[in-house]
Design a protein around this ligand. Structure first.
Ligand code: ATP
Length: 830
């Protein structure tokens, strides 16, 4: 085995330290190294805990070559360098680092622990009892631990194979108790630390000799499965039988050992009893999703209990006709109904495809509302008072568009709630203040954010939600907008007549054809605002390049051309197209560029922001431009920095934060939700096959404002149109219906039968309302960008897996009061 590269030396300077992720850049004076490195100093960088200038450490890692600054050591692990000789240790213990320890005492300590002195003391400090008084011993051990404990712990965690980012999180959480906690139950990490999955914990457990049938192991695998199921499918729960089946598979695969399904089923019951997961009938929920769905019901039930504006219909109609006259428009009857509905109700939902008049209604409603309430619509007149109309959208771009279209202030939901960078499920928002809230692009709002938003709405506030339910559902779990539209108690209107006509626009028509499940007969024909090119997957990049090059030659702005594709990988994937478009629109030539893995950043590049940062007012999906590259030697952070312009907002990110951006010449359709572009290129090929779905294609083409270029294989477009959007399994609709009261009862054989029935049979059952579409079988379901590819694995769902289940369970006399699943049941579908 080759020896690890190390450098032992004293820290001369801490150039940079990021407290949020422990990234540091240090200058180290070398005392000893096994690296082929001749200089006396070296720059060391990586994830490093609290280190002290002037102290000696040993850094293990890899020499890397920086194009400008030469060789550096990229650290994977480090430890405090200790004096190794007895004399050195005596000097160290009697130094001012350990007040109260004199030379004599230090000698006694080293005599008592001649080998591995520090480790021995930390492991068995009671052996110091005869040498130091209790108070002195405690303070000595505490200081020793502070100086050496953290590195030791981190080194041990690294040895366990935990990535350095996670090791700091773990240390922050358990501090001194880190190793004891992990050694006692490594599976605790799955519950406590985001980013530690079951297999990692199981790997540690195996090393520690924890048996494959330990109860903790089963619990951790179950929790992992419940969490990852929602993250990868968008469902808000998992059926207990699926949970059991998939968890047993995970457990067996991870250790290559059979496990007893009965014990796993028991572990599900225990988790429910302990409140680690929640149960409704045979459905098992991750806690925060369960409480978010219930919270949505509570908030909306309270909101809809209140009446809207108590204005006579006659008066309202008079005001609406005045608005029509002043705005020079005649609303059709459905549009008028929408305005009246939004006025009369405290909570109202409006949905419709492109060009059906959603923006027109928002504007008409605001005017009507202002006139009825005699509100001044000029925000400038409000000085320090709050403007009473809040306009919100899930993305920065969508909120800016709202502002442009209404002329009123608009912000993201995160900003209204003051959620900052804390995206955790637990973070709650500030209560909103104002009289009226209008939220656009609501189809993008996931279950967690919807809960936070609704909870922040005071009872007196009127609410209008607007969106297009045929678009892709939210990236996060749930399909709140589509679900709310199916709940009869919540008033809503669906606009379906297209008004955008007479301007030769055929994109809107195409969108409506696709929404209705077919391609128009003129799909491949050239129109004034759209064209189609038939090319195979391998020719897609060439074609995109040709189109982009023609676009550029005509003197058009490269930023106005947007490629939207479903997948990152492959020849016709987003990554490959970004490289070719960057080289076309912004070639390197004789300039500086910064590299981050495969990505290259250059001045003038079009970039996409990947996370929400309400404080900095940039959001996931925002587009910007790199305006400057500043090498590390000129920056305060001592790291390379990228300066970017996001819609007039300047941001400067050191290398440690570049994970927040990527190139944006091509982007995923998921990321494009809530944005519009003047010209859009959409490639569709059969190799995207698993991604091809109607709402995906629909979302892509409705992003184009002026011109749309479709290319690829017609068969792939046809396949996308034919496959209806996935229906996520959520419990929101049921929450609003009577059945939710029933479902908390123990499972009966009757319910078990229903659970296994097909949805067609369910609809026939008189006790179940029409709203219960939740039982529809889920097909492939693209959720988040990062998971776009992995999500599309075959599911091999077994038809009617619980057939006969209750009968056999009765025979076995063992229906569990909570779950109702037994080993025998499991055997049916194994
Ligand atoms: N009743 C109407 N009479 C005449 N024109 C109308 C009417 N309603 C809407 N329009 C026009 O139709 C076009 C589309 O309307 P609008 O922008 O409100 O639709 P939208 O649903 O918001 O579309 P998108 O989702 O694409 O933004 C606009 O030019 C608008 O002026």
């Amino acid at each position: 085995m080759t020896e690890k590269t190390y450098v032992t030396g004293t820290i001369e300077a801490i150039f940079f330290s990021n407290p949020s992720n422990f990234y540091k850049v240090l200058l180290v004076e070398i005392e000893e190294t096994n690296a082929n490195y001749d200089d006396l100093e070296i720059v060391v960088n990586g994830t490093i805990g609290d280190v002290v200038e002037g102290d000696a450490y040993t850094f293990y890692g890899q020499l890397t070559q920086h194009p400008k600054y030469g060789e550096q050591l990229q650290v994977s692990q480090y430890e405090k360098a200790l004096p190794t000789s007895g004399a050195g240790l005596i000097k160290y213990f009697s130094s001012d680092k350990f007040p109260g320890i004199g030379r004599k005492t230090a000698e006694k300590i080293v005599e008592t622990f001649p080998e591995n002195t520090v480790d021995q003391i930390l492991e068995a400090p009671e052996q110091l009892d005869g040498i130091l008084s209790l108070a002195r011993k405690n303070s000595f051990v505490k200081r020793l631990r502070e100086n050496h404990g953290m590195e030791k712990i981190l080194a041990k965690l690294a040895e366990y194979g935990l990535p350095s980012k996670v090791t700091f999180q773990i240390y922050e959480l358990y501090k001194d108790k880190t190793l004891a906690t992990i050694e006692e139950n490594p599976y605790q990490l799955v519950e406590d630390v985001k980013g530690v999955g079951f297999k990692t914990a199981d790997g540690i457990a195996k090393r520690l000799g924890i048996e494959a049938d330990s109860a903790n192991r089963f619990r951790a695998a179950l929790i992992h499965m419940v969490n990852t199921h929602s993250a990868t499918t968008g469902d808000t729960y998992i059926e207990a039988k699926n949970l059991l089946e998939q968890t047993v598979e995970l457990l067996e695969e991870s250790r290559n050992r059979e496990v007893d399904p009965v014990k796993v089923a028991e572990a599900i019951n225990e988790l429910i009893i302990d409140g680690k997961v929640q149960q409704e009938g045979t459905k098992i929920f991750e806690n925060s999703l369960y409480f978010a769905e219930d919270g949505i019901r509570q908030s909306l039930t309270a909101l809809t209990r209140r009446h809207g504006d108590q204005v006579s219909e006659e008066k309202l109609l008079t005001v609406v006709s005045e608005v029509e006259k002043d705005l020079g428009i005649t609303y059709d009857s459905l549009q008028k109904q929408a305005i009246l509905g939004a006025m009369n109700e405290q909570f109202f939902i409006l949905t419709g495809g492109p060009g059906t008049g959603k923006t027109t209604i928002i504007n008409g409603f605001i005017e009507t509302y202002a006139r009825v309430h005699q509100l001044d619509l000029d925000p400038m007149h409000y000085n320090d008072d709050i403007f009473p109309i809040l306009l919100a959208a899930p993305t920065g771009r969508a909120s800016r568009r709202m502002n442009e279209l209404t002329g009123l202030p608009a912000a993201t939901i995160h900003r209204h709630l003051g959620l900052g960078q804390d995206e955790s499920e637990e973070a709650m928002g500030n209560e909103l203040s104002g009289a009226l809230l209008i939220v656009d692009e609501f189809s993008m709002v996931d279950t967690w954010l919807a809960h936070k938003l609704f909870q922040a709405i005071p009872g007196s506030m009127k609410v209008l939600l607007v969106g297009d339910s045929d678009q892709l559902p939210s990236v996060g779990p749930g399909q709140v907008f589509a679900d709310l539209l199916k709940i009869e108690a919540l008033p809503s209107i669906k606009l379906d007549k297209i008004f955008r006509q007479g301007d030769d626009s055929t994109i809107t028509d195409l969108a409506h054809h696709i929404k209705d499940g077919h391609l128009p007969t003129d799909f491949t024909m050239k129109k004034t605002d759209r064209s189609y090119f038939e090319v195979g997957a391998n020719l897609v990049p060439k074609m995109v390049e040709q189109i982009a090059s023609a676009w550029q030659k005509k003197g058009n702005d490269p930023f106005e051309l947007q490629v939207l594709a479903p997948m990152y990988k492959g020849l016709a994937g987003i990554n490959a197209m970004n490289v070719l478009l960057q080289n076309l629109f912004n070639p390197l030539e004789e300039r500086l560029e910064f590299n981050l893995g495969e990505l290259h950043f250059r001045e003038g590049d079009k970039v996409l922001h990947l996370v929400n940062d309400a404080q900095a007012n940039v959001f996931n999906g925002d587009l910007g431009k790199i305006t400057e590259l500043i090498p590390a030697k000129y920056t305060e952070s001592k790291q390379d920095e990228l300066v970017m312009d996001f819609d007039g907002q300047e941001l400067s990110y050191p290398r440690a934060e570049w994970y927040k951006i990527t190139l944006a010449y091509a982007m995923s359709i998921h990321k494009s939700q809530g944005s519009e572009f003047s010209t859009v290129i959409v490639p569709m090929v059969r190799s995207y096959s698993r991604m091809l779905e109607r709402n995906l294609l629909y979302t892509a083409i409705t992003r184009a404002k002026q011109s749309l270029i479709l290319l690829g294989e017609q068969q792939a477009f046809a396949q996308a149109v034919a496959r209806e959007g996935a229906n996520r399994q959520t419990y929101l609709i049921e929450r609003f219906t009577e059945i939710s009261e029933k479902s908390s009862q123990p499972i009966t054989t009757e319910l078990m039968d229903k659970e296994g029935d097909s949805s067609a049979d369910l609809q026939k059952d008189s006790s179940i309302t029409g709203a219960q579409t939740f039982t529809q079988k889920r097909t492939d379901d693209p959720i988040s960008d990062t998971q776009e590819i992995s999500l599309f694995e075959d599911e091999n769902e077994v038809a009617n897996p619980t057939e006969g289940l209750s009968e056999r369970a009765i025979l076995a006399g063992s229906i569990d009061p909570l779950i109702g699943l037994t080993a025998q049941d499991f055997a049916i579908f194994k």
